[in-house]
Design a binder for this molecule. Structure first.
Ligand SMILES: NC(=O)c1ccc[n+]([C@@H]2O[C@H](COP(=O)([O-])OP(=O)(O)OC[C@H]3O[C@@H](n4cnc5c(N)ncnc54)[C@H](OP(=O)(O)O)[C@@H]3O)[C@@H](O)[C@H]2O)c1
Length: 341
């Protein structure tokens, strides 16, 4: 089979090559082999390509979390009900290939008609959003929600889930070009955060009030700013550190990132009845497979019933994998980026 192999860290033009590699074999009883029709990009792929992602497999590596395709083989009877079915899967690497083996806890049937970009957005980005908004915390109509990278894959999904609950959404972006997209997707107050000034803009918009729930995927100094805006009883969910890209590679860059987070004692949280939660969907896939399955089934169902509406952010052929990566890294993308075999 063919696969997109990450051969070296760095520039997307040089990092990847399309190679003939062995088809995955030795399926475990809880695994299936999927013949991939399309795969999706996640920001974690960019972090992995640059060498900022500790969970990524060693080089040469096949990245990729999201695939759409048909189940080709099952490891045991457990997976046989999926044979021949068109599915979406959260693959936990290996997705940039013509065939991928993955655990059935991350596989859900989607039917023949769901567009690939919609299904691909569900595997990781909508699952993360659903886990954040509906499992880790609950959202209420009175909640004022602050959301980083609101036009991105996870941001699009969190906005839709928060609006279904009736929340007021303050959505951040670095680009004026994304404001219309944010408004169309339901963001009540789009905020263009140039030069890190969003804190002041938000204070003016809030007019003395505070934020109830923060969804932060950037980390670093934004975390401290967000915490200052958090109301008593508020919840802050941290699920990414995109800010790591602005710092140099290696130990010193990591120390700088941690320093920007600052220190906080849990007693402070107790006194102000606030909470901070971290999310890592790989850990959920590894240790809470039933939770992953529940979230994926739920977002597939909500997409079929049109409560959720994943947005397409660009379609590429596999030969243009480096262009797809460049788009995601450039901060110009919105919604889900799809790559077709
Ligand atoms: N913890 C988990 O399990 C988990 C799962 C899925 C995703 N995530 C995280 O959630 C975030 C969103 O993921 P996604 O796949 O949906 O990507 P995405 O939001 O579609 O793309 C990333 C966006 O992050 C914003 N951004 C902020 N600082 C950036 C920087 N220094 N460099 C580049 N972009 C920056 C950009 O939007 P603006 O320029 O408009 O701000 C960019 O478009 C990522 O941080 C990702 O790592 C975490």
């Amino acid at each position: 089979m063919k696969a997109v192999v990450l051969e070296s860290f760095g520039d997307s033009n040089k990092a990847f090559s399309i190679q003939e590699v062995a088809e995955p074999s030795n399926l475990a009883p809880d695994e299936v082999l999927i013949k991939v029709e399309s795969f999706g990009l996640n920001f974690a792929d960019v972090m992995a390509r640059i060498g900022f992602y500790n969970d990524a497999p060693p080089l040469p590596a096949i990245l990729g979390y999201d695939v759409v395709g048909k189940v080709h083989k099952a490891g045991a009877e457990k997976g046989e009900f999926l044979m021949g079915k068109r599915v979406v899967a959260m693959t936990r690497f290996g997705g940039y290939a013509q065939y991928v083996k993955t655990k059935i806890s991350g596989v859900v049937e989607i039917g023949e008609n769901m567009q690939a970009y919609k299904a691909l957005a569900l595997a990781t980005q909508y699952c993360t959003a659903y886990y954040a908004c509906c499992e880790l915390t609950n959202l209420f109509s009175s909640d004022k929600v602050l959301l980083h990278a609101a036009a991105g894959g996870v941001g699009t999904a969190i906005t839709q889930l928060a609006k279904l609950k009736g929340c007021t959404v303050y959505g951040l972006t670095s680009s004026y070009d994304k404001v219309t997209y944010l408004k169309d997707n339901g963001v009540d107050f789009p905020i263009v955060a140039k030069n890190g000034d969003y804190h002041q803009q938000l204070k003016e918009l809030l007019n003395g009030e505070k934020i109830d729930v923060v969804f932060n995927s950037v980390g670093g100094g934004t975390y401290k700013k967000d915490f200052k805006l958090l109301d008593k009883g508020g919840r802050l969910l941290l699920y990414g550190v995109a800010d790591r890209l602005t710092m140099r590679k290696g130990f010193l860059g990591t120390v700088k990132l941690l320093w920007k987070f600052g220190l906080l004692t849990p007693v402070q949280l107790l006194i102000s009845s606030q909470s901070i939660s971290g999310i890592n969907m790989l850990r959920i896939a590894d240790y809470k497979p039933k939770t992953l399955k529940r979230c994926l089934e739920k977002v597939v169902e909500m997409t079929h019933s049109k409560q959720l509406n994943p947005k397409e952010g660009g379609e590429f052929s596999v030969e243009d994998i480096s262009l797809a990566h460049q788009l995601l890294e450039s901060r110009k993308s919105v919604g889900k980026i799809v790559v077709n075999w």
